[in-house]
Design a protein around this ligand. Structure first.
Ligand SMILES: *[C@@H]1O[C@H](CO)[C@@H](O)[C@H](O)[C@H]1NC(C)=O
Ligand SMILES: *[C@@H]1O[C@H](CO)[C@@H](O)[C@H](O)[C@H]1NC(C)=O
Length: 321
């Protein structure tokens, strides 16, 4: 039984039904509690499962003081996210373990592209765009930002939606904007950030998710990491149910990216469990699931160190980006 009042037979490409869809808040909260109470199986703490999480990370730096040198270090870390000797001990040293992508501001894209090229890596560079994080710049500026990031070599663009349009229920206008971003992205993958902490209700999150998918997003993403409320499990349930409903109606798989405040290995395992439970194993690949994070990798690497050596690492043992 689908707890969201949404029947696939009414699904059409016209947006009218969007404003009629409602989400059952209690059911969402209950499901999120259930997921969080799931005991993470001991075997999932093993290095293989943690490594899986590593391969799903968009390793991110989005700070005002980003420079070419810290972007360079980030890229090296993304290419070699776990110490070589640790990987060798679990026979994973020649499996090409990297993070899924690096994610930077538009003006740092050329730095990241250059660093990855120097490291002979084909890792994708993702860039936030469209007036990140608030999205409060003129449409033409936001479109231009996307085009520039793509021409500088970003192959993934994380756009932010115009929250004003979502909050005031202007779904058609939001759809039209996202269509234009889609076009500006060209061949680049588009991840659409809903900034769920600012959307007010689960119903709005569901509606915004649907509109973003209908307008051609390859991924929907929870947060910029700059809102007061980041990726929470209940909101994630709403978004992944929207992804499931969209898949059921269209046969098209859209990816999911939680981001903002994800810091511990344990949290990353809860996220993997949530995806496994809600969308199935198909979604546990970089093409359909990403964890947006900066400090998460350090904690996962510490856990892998512990799994492999039976000891806890001192911070200097595992240099971070
Ligand atoms: C990259 O590849 C080139 C040519 O194959 C090689 O000469 C160079 O040493 C490689 N650089 C790195 C950092 O692996
Ligand atoms: C949201 O994420 C950002 C970036 O990781 C973090 O600085 C902030 O403290 C988080 N906020 C909450 C309420 O967790």
């Amino acid at each position: 039984p689908n707890f969201i009042c949404f029947c696939s037979s009414v699904f059409t490409t016209d947006l009218e039904w969007i404003s009629k869809v409602r989400v059952n808040t209690q059911a969402v909260l209950k499901r999120a509690q259930f997921i969080q109470r799931q005991k993470i199986p001991k075997k999932q703490w093993q290095a293989a499962w943690l490594l899986k999480a590593v391969t799903l990370i968009d390793l991110t730096t989005l700070a005002g003081d980003d420079t070419s040198s810290n972007v360079h270090r980030l890229c090296l870390k993304a290419v070699q996210p776990v110490r070589y000797d640790l990987l060798k001990k679990i026979d994973m040293h020649d499996k090409g373990v990297t993070t899924a992508a690096v994610c930077v501001y538009p003006s740092r894209v050329t730095d990241a592209v250059r660093s990855l090229k120097a490291a002979n890596s084909s890792l994708p560079v993702a860039s936030v765009a469209t007036g990140f994080p608030a999205g409060q710049t003129p449409l033409e500026t936001r479109l231009q930002e996307v085009r520039i990031a793509v021409s500088d070599g970003a192959t993934e663009i994380d756009i932010v939606i115009n929250r004003m349009l979502a909050i005031t229920g202007q779904w058609e206008a939001m759809y039209n904007e996202i269509r234009q971003f889609r076009e500006a992205c060209g061949p680049a993958h588009m991840k659409t950030i809903l900034a769920v902490g600012e959307l007010g209700s689960f119903t709005n999150v569901y509606r915004a998710s649907m509109v973003a998918m209908m307008a051609g997003s390859d991924f929907i993403k929870t947060s910029t990491g700059k809102e007061a409320v980041n990726a929470t499990y209940p909101v994630a349930i709403v978004m992944v149910r929207a992804i499931r409903d969209y898949f059921m109606s269209t046969g098209h798989k859209v990816g999911f990216k939680p981001a903002g405040g994800i810091r511990t290995a344990e949290e990353s395992l809860v996220w993997l469990t949530l995806i496994k439970e809600e969308l199935g194993d198909d979604w546990l690949c970089p093409g359909l699931f990403r964890l947006g994070a900066s400090s998460l990798l350090a904690d996962i690497e510490r856990q892998i160190y512990h799994q492999v050596t039976g000891q806890y690492a001192a911070y200097h043992d595992l240099p971070m980006a």
